[in-house]
Design a protein around this ligand. Structure first.
Ligand code: NAI
Ligand code: AKG
Length: 433
């Protein structure tokens, strides 16, 4: 496999011109070419029928120059070390773009959680923390939710860590249930942050939400809250999808009843065929996931998985702009093609950062013992997203570069500055690990 065929290689291929523009030191380029720490663990789980299954998992800490590493944990049957490494690299850039005092990390377990019972899932979640507990901690590496993990899973993981530590350590994991020290606003934060970036961008273009149509790929945590809040702000959500299919209504979809339906049946597809008045009244149609990506809309929101738009389907994209809620949904080759065609991409490392921003707020609240109201969290999130998105948008305009290049310059620039501030001899005797 060549470098460009790995997700990390593809992610890294965007960096060379940005390093050149930043006049980045060779030390920085070398240090950021690979993760500082990467571990693979095996997690034995006693299944309900008495058999034993051993799952593979990873935790990768990409870079910790700006602070303890931070990033979610993904449970997915396609996850591998390359994915987790690329995701940890994007976390390092993202935390820096948002000015958070964190480096980047990510975790993953190769499993289809839908095939496990609730107790099996709890045993797996606890087993993963037992396997990685000595490399995580509030000042070291702080996990959080990602695809197929949620506050319930974070609650089990926090409890397992506390039991090993023999004390309560709420700041070790964010995205916890409120009762265990979770923050108000974390569940909706990724969607809310993405909407804030879209609103700011639309305002700068002189556009109003009421005139804009939106198609959303994905209907998980991030996508649902984005779609719900965007509809409240006046955007018309014309299409939504999950891994099994997509639905379309030119008159606009209401994400709330659709979310309830998905919760009850585990898929969107049934919405098309169901007998309920909602389907008849709203004229919901079925379409393929590929066709959703080719809809002629103002904004195509990518909120599912990485590598969704590549060289094979990029020329089918007809949206005026793309909002990346997923991490890495557009490959570097497709990105270059979109730029050539003048399609604006609101990049992942800025657009999906609302989640980690509120995770940072949760960590601060856990460490100070001072808990904030939902309104206070929301106001701080909006203020942070506006401030850092405005910097990126201004930089893109000044330097006449894409928003992705501007965001990377902002993120990498801050990491490079912190590396220089740590001194030349940090690596003289090797990294202390
Ligand atoms: N949850 C969070 O706080 C954050 C999540 N993200 C990213 O957002 C994306 C979604 O994450 P979550 O909403 O948390 O996950 P989730 O597990 O709640 O939902 C994932 C959704 O994607 C759908 N999906 C998977 N493959 C698909 C396909 N090919 N076409 C259409 N839909 C597909 C699934 O059916 C599900 O609805 C991921 O890339 C994640 O890394 C980014 C920042 C923070
Ligand atoms: O909330 C966090 O710490 C990390 C969320 C995450 O995994 C992401 O932004 O991709």
């Amino acid at each position: 496999m060549t470098d460009m065929e790995t997700t990390l290689g593809d992610a890294q291929s965007r960096l060379k011109t940005i390093y050149d523009d930043l006049d980045a030191d060779e030390d920085v380029r070398q240090r950021l070419a690979q993760p500082r720490l990467s571990i693979r663990v095996s997690i034995p789980v006693r299944m309900d029928d008495g058999s034993l299954r051993v799952f593979q998992g990873w935790r990768v800490q990409y870079d910790d120059t700006r602070g303890p590493t931070k990033g979610g944990i993904r449970f997915h049957s396609d996850v591998d070390e390359d994915d987790v490494t690329a995701l940890s690299f994007w976390m390092a850039i993202k935390c820096s773009v948002l000015g958070l005092p964190f480096g980047g990390a990510k975790g993953g377990v190769c499993v289809d959680p839908k095939q496990l019972s609730r107790l099996e899932l709890e045993r797996l979640s606890r087993g993963y923390i037992r396997a990685i507990h000595d490399i995580i901690g509030p000042d070291r590496d702080i996990p959080a939710p990602d695809v197929n993990t949620n506050p319930t899973v974070m609650g089990w993981m926090t409890d397992e860590y506390d039991q090993i530590a023999r004390r309560q350590v709420p700041a070790v994991i964010t995205g916890k249930p409120l009762g265990l020290g979770g923050s108000e606003g974390r569940v909706a934060a990724t969607g809310r942050g993405a909407l804030q970036v879209l609103n700011l961008w639309a305002e700068r273009q002189g556009k109003t939400p009421q005139d804009m149509t939106v198609a959303v790929q994905g209907f998980g945590n991030a996508a649902y809250h984005f779609a719900r809040l965007a509809r409240q702000d006046g955007y018309r959500i014309v299409a939504l999808s999950d891994s099994k299919g997509a639905i379309l209504s030119r008159d606009g979809l209401d994400p709330d009843p659709i979310h309830e339906h998905k919760h009850a049946t585990r898929e969107l597809k049934g919405m098309v065929y169901c007998e309920s008045s909602l389907c008849e009244e709203s004229g919901v149609e079925h379409m393929s996931n590929e066709d959703l990506l080719a809809l002629d809309v103002d904004v195509l929101v990518l909120a599912a998985m990485e590598n969704q738009i590549d060289e094979n389907n990029v020329d089918r994209v007809r949206a005026d702009s793309l909002l990346e809620i997923a991490n890495g949904p557009v490959t570097s080759a497709a990105d270059a093609r979109l730029e050539e065609r003048g399609v604006t991409v609101l990049p992942d490392v800025l657009a999906n950062a609302g989640g980690v921003v509120v995770s940072y707020f949760e960590w601060v609240q856990n460490r100070t013992g001072d808990y904030w109201s939902a309104d206070e969290v929301e106001a701080r999130l909006v203020e942070r997203m506006d401030r850092e998105a405005t910097r990126c948008f201004d930089l893109a305009e000044d330097k006449r570069v894409s928003l992705r290049t501007a965001a990377y310059r902002q993120g990498l620039g801050r990491i490079a500055e912190a590396m220089a501030q740590r001194g030349t001899y940090r690596y003289f005797n090797g990294d202390a690990g």
